[in-house]
Design a protein around this ligand. Structure first.
Ligand code: ZN
Length: 104
């Protein structure tokens, strides 16, 4: 009956299965680019979300929450900066002004 469902323009949101923070949609092809080579096989053509909580080990999780990718599953040598939280994981509070010497 509902012939006029409009697609939402905002990216869909989903809460992280681990920390419950709100995650944002990310295309699975973007994940294939950054996970470790041996894990690419497991990336499916479905919706994934990114967790931005820097204290959370989950980087990506699938919409059904049956899959999630942890920091250790990510190939840190890849071009990851543009995608998620890891780019300043050592400089959470300083805004980057302290160079590389800051850590918890
Ligand atoms: Zn999380």
């Amino acid at each position: 009956m509902s012939c006029c469902n409009k697609e939402k323009k905002d990216p869909p949101k989903m809460n992280c299965p681990l920390c419950k923070a709100e995650g944002e949609y990310i295309h699975y092809l973007a994940i294939e680019k950054v996970v470790k080579e041996e894990l690419i096989y497991f990336v499916e053509a479905q919706n994934y979300y990114t967790c931005f909580n820097q204290d959370c080990e989950v980087v990506f999780f699938s919409e059904d929450k049956e899959q999630f990718w942890l920091i250790q599953d990510i190939n840190l040598a890849s071009d990851f900066d543009s995608i998620t939280k890891l780019k300043k994981s050592n400089c959470g509070g300083c805004g980057g002004g302290c160079g590389s010497s800051c850590h918890k």
